[in-house]
Ligand binder design. Structure first.
Ligand code: DAH
Length: 370
């Protein structure tokens, strides 16, 4: 009857014997014993909790609404008023003691949790920083900038133009006849097919729209927009219907130069280009070779002795009177010289690259300074 280890058992006993006062005394004794046992059990369980979740569970079990202590408290009504007060007070005292023990244990476990958490989040501020990876200009961009620096030093203004052009700007205005092979689909990439019947004299329409095959159309655009004296350098991408190989890409880079002034001569062309070429390559041997371009007369090419061989640097010439006229100026009043330089092959030489395709394959070594 006085099994104090089981709350529900005791309660059963109590209700069974609620009719006589002798057993009420026993019940009071057994309740006290049970209270002390619950105190001990509770204290042990709270002390044994190793983390906050365990402590929550122990609290629910020993202090919660459905704990044996709570059940015992609810059964107080079955005792004599005198005993009820005594046992009730004791239960309250036990409850308070357990709650205090729980609070103390909780504080300790929280300190421990914070310690572990802080240790986990700790940063070692004495660790050396990771070296950022340093990038560099792409070899083509580097070559472009080197050349433009020199041209700016010579008094040229840098300007850029559209990559999509009408054939009027790319060919007609540059004195290139309608049957010139460069216009063919095999050489030029068209965005809008050629319309044989379309009028040729509207620059903005032309007879077809294409990806510019050269930066030369910018000669016309600048002449139409500005008055001489005119000294402009035009860097940019150009496109041709070529299959990529070690020395060809369907997209590559040029820098166009145009000088238009009152009395420019072929001597100015030679002098300017010699100065620019030597600034770029050092004091290397240079040679001018006669050549043909529709938009210049006379025309030439400039070669430099570089990397153990003659390397073609650029095409050049005195701007053809028809081109000056197409640009809206009077060929009797102004003269000029122009040139176009391929940047990618120059970049190959400057950087010891043997295959143009490497420039467009995104190998990170081309963009790192290492
Ligand atoms: N546009 C020519 C080409 O792509 C290069 C060139 C030659 C440009 C002579 C010029 C020039 O301005 O005068 O091959």
């Amino acid at each position: 009857m006085s099994d104090s280890s089981s709350g529900s058992g005791s309660r059963q006993d109590m209700s069974d014997s609620s009719s006589d006062s002798g057993s009420r005394q026993d019940m009071s004794d057994s309740s006290s014993e049970q209270t002390e046992a619950l105190l001990e059990e509770g204290l042990a369980a709270l002390a044994a909790a190793t983390d906050l979740a365990g402590l929550d569970a122990a609290r629910a079990r020993h202090l919660g609404k459905r704990s044996e202590l709570a059940l015992l408290q609810r059964s107080l009504g079955e005792l004599e008023p005198e005993q009820r007060r005594e046992v009730g007070q004791r239960i309250n005292a036990v409850r308070t003691e357990l709650a205090e023990a729980e609070a103390t244990r909780r504080a300790a476990l929280e300190v421990e949790r914070d310690r572990v958490e802080l240790a986990r989040e700790a940063l070692d501020v004495t660790l050396p920083p990771r070296e950022p990876r340093r990038g560099s200009l792409h070899p083509v961009a580097e070559t472009m900038e080197a050349m433009l620096d020199i041209l700016v030093g010579l008094g040229y203004q840098v300007t850029e133009g559209p990559e999509v052009e009408t054939d009027w700007f790319n060919f007609d205005a540059l004195n290139t006849p309608p049957d010139h092979p460069a216009r063919s689909l095999q050489d030029t990439i068209y965005v809008q097919p050629l319309e044989a019947e379309a009028p040729e004299d509207d620059p903005e329409t032309g007879t077809g729209v294409l990806l510019r095959s050269q930066t030369s159309p910018m000669q016309i655009r600048t002449m139409l927009e500005r008055q001489p004296p005119l000294y402009v350098a035009v860097p940019g991408r150009v496109f041709r219907a070529d299959t990529a190989d070690a020395t060809h890409l369907p997209m590559f880079h040029q820098i166009e130069g145009l000088s238009l002034d009152a009395d420019l001569s072929f001597a100015d062309l030679k002098g300017s280009l010699e100065v620019a070429a030597k600034a770029l390559l050092g004091d290397v041997p240079l040679r001018f070779r006669p050549h043909y371009f529709p938009f210049t007369e006379p025309s030439c090419e400039l070669d430099a002795w570089y990397g153990g061989r003659w390397m073609e640097l650029l095409g050049a010439g005195m701007v053809h009177p028809a081109v000056i006229a197409a640009g809206g100026h009077d060929p009797e009043q102004v003269r000029g010289f122009a040139w176009g330089m391929g940047v990618d092959r120059m970049a190959m030489l400057r950087h010891g690259v043997t295959d143009l395709r490497l420039f467009v394959e995104n190998d990170l070594r081309f963009l790192s300074s290492l």
